[in-house]
Design a protein around this ligand. Sequence first.
Ligand code: APR
Length: 169
Amino acid sequence: MPEPTLERGDITTFDVDAIVNAANPMMLGGGGVDGAIHAAAGPRLLEACRQSPAVGGIRCPFGEARITPGFDLPARWVIHAVGPIWGRTPEPELVLTSAYENSLALASTHGLASVAFPAISTGAYGFPLDAAARIAVEVTRRRWGSVDDIRFVLARADVFEAFERALQR
Ligand code: APR
């Protein structure tokens, strides 16, 4: 499995098989990267999210992932992953690990080759940067079937540096 790569930038501009969205359990959009992806993908993305079955308003529990088309994005697919809320979600390290694992399992099930991740949970959800980066790198270094191109697309310099440190471990 080739090493995951780091890029600075806006994940909505990446032409890959799938970009991963740092979503919330309701999967109806939000701020941060969720807001940027919905804005770039257009209103059909929200329609597709609404069609995902909900149980008590929850479409994607913490640690899980769902896939929709990318619509107006350059990416063919969007994988909506819900990371833990630091200080609220129990076992946050396990839940963040699961969010990455479930995203890559979905990508592999769909036979995808290239996947771009944001730094899940490191924004509004408050996960400490170095711990989040270590988890992301550990999961993405494993073999994931058809997936052979994993990129971390980091908007903030401090997040980029945390991922650089994690890749040097
Ligand atoms: N491209 C790449 N990375 C981005 C972009 C972008 N366009 N916009 C923001 N980011 C980065 C942030 O800098 C942060 O490092 O994505 C990381 C994740 O931050 P958030 O988007 O706040 O996601 P998260 O911390 O997982 O919180 C999820 O926020 O937007 C809401 O609906 C979302 O409730 C959910 C919560």
